[in-house]
Design a binder for this molecule. Structure first.
Ligand SMILES: *Cc1c(COP(=O)(O)O)cnc(C)c1O
Length: 442
């Protein structure tokens, strides 16, 4: 046994589960080196943005009241713009979450009579009410903005023919979701997003291309702003907040688009000039500084989870070898008990609330019971180790986050231990999976 087992044992991990984890981790060394290289590049990219804009001690202090002349806020927005290679950015604690940032970007850049097009299938659940796909008070539909959608082809490719047809004279904005979210379609690489934007602009050069960048930041060395996106939008309690941002969202993009968003967030005439940063700036800066390595840890955790559970015979999306463009991992257990045991294991691995046992419940907005594991420093933060699963076929869980690779690794092993302890995985399966892996490597 290696150095580490002592502490794993103290935290309830059996020798077999630990040894299997070590074998899987060793098999991933090459890929992890690639992730470290990406993190190194992105670390320097963020550092350069901070140095170029002369982030100083005074930037870490906040303002109150109206927030005129907020040096830290204005500098942070320039740092975001330079890291995302866009003209401007809006990065605010007044943007409450990812959905709010996306709603803001859409509602401020669309006008009555315009059409919004998603050429990559159904958008993230919460956007259905923003758009009015599910009738909702205050939706874009209520304001006379229509919506069109072109699904991806069965093989995950873009349906260029139907996208061309869907681009009408009224199409004002095209929304492209980078991450698969909680669907089974593949996540889009930045290069593929670039191909889609080029195609759309080739037909309609003035259309605004917005990318929902949630969970994608810093997974690659490029961001959607590098391939022609007019707006790049995300949440600070995911990747770019680095686990430290306690709230917030961002919109980076063309100056005009960002200004439209600012006039909507605050008020026409006021725009970016107001909006006190309160006490959030130090965490915004420090979180952004840590985000490349935090994202790398979460990415390693996702790949580790895929390989651990694929080796145990479960269906995992993405699979153990696929290239990655976001930090979400799906594992299909096929039974409610499997979903519950996994989530309880993740919760038991948390630094906060490890002693509580999550149970499935009737969450508003869902058509089945849902179980969630989130023992996070920032409530609901999904860059921290977290998982959730709807209690309905195919009984899959979605796992993401981990502020460090070491914690993500432990969380996954703890989840497997939970399945073993509940008798859902026969005790000898873990050893067998390790033998099979060892054979395939030699
Ligand atoms: C998380 C997420 C959102 C919504 O963000 P919230 O902060 O949960 O409101 C939107 N789109 C995608 C792809 C996401 O992953």
């Amino acid at each position: 046994m290696k150095l580490g087992y002592e502490m794993y044992e103290a935290l309830g991990i059996s020798g077999e589960v630990y040894e299997y984890g070590e074998a899987v981790a060793e098999s991933l060394a090459g890929r992890f080196a690639g992730i470290d290289a990406t993190a190194e590049y992105n670390q320097l990219k963020v550092l350069k943005g901070m140095q170029d804009h002369q982030v100083g001690e005074a930037c870490l202090l906040g303002t109150t009241g109206y927030g005129y002349n907020d040096l830290g806020r204005d500098t942070l927005e320039r740092v975001y713009a330079s890291v995302f290679h866009t003209e401007d950015a809006l990065v605010r604690p007044q943007i409450t979450c990812g959905t709010h940032a996306l709603a803001l970007a859409l509602m401020s850049n669309l006008r009555p009579g315009d059409e919004l097009l998603s050429p990559v299938g159904k958008p993230y659940d919460t956007l259905e009410e923003v758009i009015g796909i599910r009738p909702s008070r205050g939706s874009l539909a209520e304001y006379g903005v229509t919506y069109a959608q072109v699904d991806l082809l069965p093989d995950g490719g873009f349906d260029y023919e139907n996208i061309r047809r869907a681009l009408s004279g009224r199409t004002r904005l095209v929304t492209i979701q980078r991450s698969k979210g909680y669907q089974t379609r593949p996540t889009l690489s930045v290069d593929r997003i670039g191909e889609l934007i080029a195609f759309v602009k080739g037909i309609k050069p003035d259309v605004i291309c917005m990318v929902d960048n949630c969970y994608g930041e810093f997974v690659e060395t490029k961001e959607p702003g590098d391939v022609g996106a007019d707006m790049v939008v995300g949440s600070l309690i995911k990747n770019p907040g680095g686990g430290l941002a306690p709230i917030g969202g961002y919109i980076a993009g063309r100056r005009e688009c960002v200004e439209n968003a600012a006039y909507r967030l605050t008020s026409p005439g006021l725009g970016k000039e107001v909006g006190a940063s309160l006490g959030a700036l130090k965490d915004f800066y420090q979180g952004f500084f840590l985000a490349p390595t935090v994202t790398a840890g979460a990415l390693k955790g996702a790949i580790f989870a895929a390989n651990i559970y694929e080796g145990m015979g479960y269906k995992v999306v993405p699979d153990g070898r696929e290239s990655r463009h976001d930090i979400i991992q799906a594992v299909t257990f096929g039974t409610p008990e499997g979903v519950v045991a996994f989530c309880q294991g993740i919760q038991a691995a948390a630094p906060v609330d490890s002693h509580v046992t999550p149970q499935p419940w009737d969450m508003p907005g869902y058509d089945s019971q849902v179980i969630m594991a989130a023992g996070a420093f920032v409530s609901g933060s999904s860059i921290e180790l977290s998982a959730d699963g709807p209690i309905k076929p195919p009984y899959a869980v979605y796992f993401q986050g981990g502020l460090t690779w070491q914690h993500a690794k432990f969380g996954i092993l703890r989840s497997l231990q939970s399945l073993v302890d509940k008798g859902l995985v026969p005790a000898d399966h873990v050893g067998k999976a390790r033998e099979t892996l060892k054979k395939s490597l030699s």
